[in-house]
Design a protein around this ligand. Sequence first.
Ligand code: ZN
Length: 243
Amino acid sequence: MSIAFLGDIHGNIDALRAVLGALSELGVRRIYCTGDVVGYGASPGECVDAVRGAGIPCVKGNHDDYVSRGGVTDWQIRPEARKAILWTQRQLSAEQVRWLHGLPHKIEAGGFSVVHASHAYLPHWPYVLNERAAIHNFLFQRCAFAFSGHSHVPLYVAHRHGHRPKLDLLRNVLLPSRQKVLIGVGAVGQPRDSDPRACMVLYDPEVKSIRVHRVVYDVAAAQARIRDAGLPSELADRLAVGQ
Ligand code: ZN
């Protein structure tokens, strides 16, 4: 039975419901979340409740951290993201904030690990999008394979001891032996690979296969919620183009 990995939901309940519906139809019951349940989208509380209610193990993303730590501290983010975080802080109940705050930075289970950005924590929330960041990740990645979010792009990063890491867009693959692999699971609620459909990854532990799975959802509904909430309109616009 496949295991699903999904993340970067970013308060997009329309995308999350579509993805959970698709998983239920596929009969996939084991799901892990790579973090960033909130931020950008107009339904942060509903997304927290949906992930929590479904008992989905989840790591903490940078937006989950900014929202739940409160105040404006060392956020190195764009103005529209900052606005969305301040808005999100006002939408959540104390209980929802507590849940976000209590999320772990890493989950290790069944031979794999789950992180939001990288297994290396310094600098905070690095993007594993180049060789240097990949080498740094693999120094700290103990499991042979791992799943992460943060880039909002489905990615495949492999490293064989003594060789340079290989970075590529993720396609359906069989996991290699004697290599460490980091799989970027793409984004449910704000894809950035020019495909607006919600993205997740399915792992079959029996054949060690990885499959990218895209789900069509009601983008217009998610955009309308963002506009109605008075959030920056570029956060709605980008959903239509997957950027
Ligand atoms: Zn994100």
